[in-house]
Design a protein around this ligand. Structure first.
Ligand code: NAP
Length: 249
């Protein structure tokens, strides 16, 4: 079997920039039609849509706040109306609001937990019935290595990313009998806008802690997502795959 997504319809949340953008382009490159959501970056999202269309695939962009359950339902209903089914959901949208616990505000905690964790519930729940009707599906949730190891200054982010792993295992157990698989990708340090602000000193420290000795690139996360989206991973569910250069080994 080769790694093909020919004929699959897919949705990537937060597909306008960074890792989500790379995932959207990779899924299209492998033959899928791809819808993306974004929060604010309409221009960037429209550019992703035209890049996908240039590959000869269908594409759509939705401005939809990932924390809002009814917007998740609307996005998925619109995909079903136009494309008839949803085969693959990639829950990628996420933010950081770092601070030490003693300084962290309630708002910083709530924003990160709702954007990163409630969003996963929103889209996974909204996708469940259509995937059951479709007699199968694959959900890929983007966590982080800090959800496994923890990180000083990121208690909110680490909690949200650890929560994703627990949620995914429960979801995988509930829906396995319906041929719906759910897995997690836990990236390490990947160069995107999110990590841009960390500075040279932090980057050097991260490289030193990474056995492969370098930061990762978004397309390296996208490759692992493509595998979990495809039928090549048909016997894998409830799993977490680290894409971190060995960092959390
Ligand atoms: P990024 O470059 O900051 O991009 C974030 C994406 O999420 C954008 O498309 C953004 O849309 C979207 N987004 C943010 N809040 C949203 C909301 N409320 N509703 C809908 N969309 C929203 O981040 P990234 O580095 O690519 O990270 C992508 C995922 O990988 C996140 O879940 C992150 O936690 C995870 N991750 C990243 C790294 C890393 O090193 N970069 C490591 C581990 C895990 P707009 O463009 O409209 O703002």
């Amino acid at each position: 079997m080769s790694l093909s997504l020919e004929g699959k319809t897919t949705l990537v949340t937060g597909g306008s920039r960074g890792i989500g953008r790379s995932i959207a382009l990779k899924l299209a490159e492998l033959g899928a039609d791809v819808a993306i959501t974004y929060a604010r970056s309409a221009d960037a999202a429209n550019k992703v849509v035209s890049e996908i269309e240039k590959m000869g695939r269908k594409a759509k962009a939705f401005q939809a706040d990932a924390v809002d359950f009814s917007q998740a339902e609307e996005v998925i209903s619109s995909i079903l109306e136009d494309w008839g089914k949803l085969d693959v959901l990639v829950n990628n949208a996420g933010i950081t609001k770092d601070n030490l616990i003693l300084r962290m505000s309630e708002e910083q905690w709530d924003d990160v937990i709702t954007t990163n964790l409630k969003s996963i519930f929103n889209y996974s729940k909204a996708a469940a019935k259509p995937m059951m009707k479709n007699r199968g599906g694959s959900i890929i949730n983007i966590s982080s290595v800090v959800g496994i190891s923890g990180n000083a200054g990121q208690s909110n982010y680490s909690a949200s990313k650890a929560g994703i792993i627990g949620f995914t295992k429960s979801y995988a157990k509930e829906l396995a009998s319906r041929n719906i698989r759910a897995n997690v990708i836990a990236p390490g340090y990947i160069i995107t806008d999110m990590t841009d602000q960390l500075g040279e000193k932090v980057l050097e420290g991260i490289k030193a802690e990474t056995p492969l000795g370098r930061a990762g690139e978004a397309h390296e996360v996208a490759d692992a997502v493509a595998f979990l989206a495809s039928d090549m991973s048909s016997y894998i569910t409830g799993e977490t795959i680290r894409v971190d250069g060995g960092m959390a080994m």
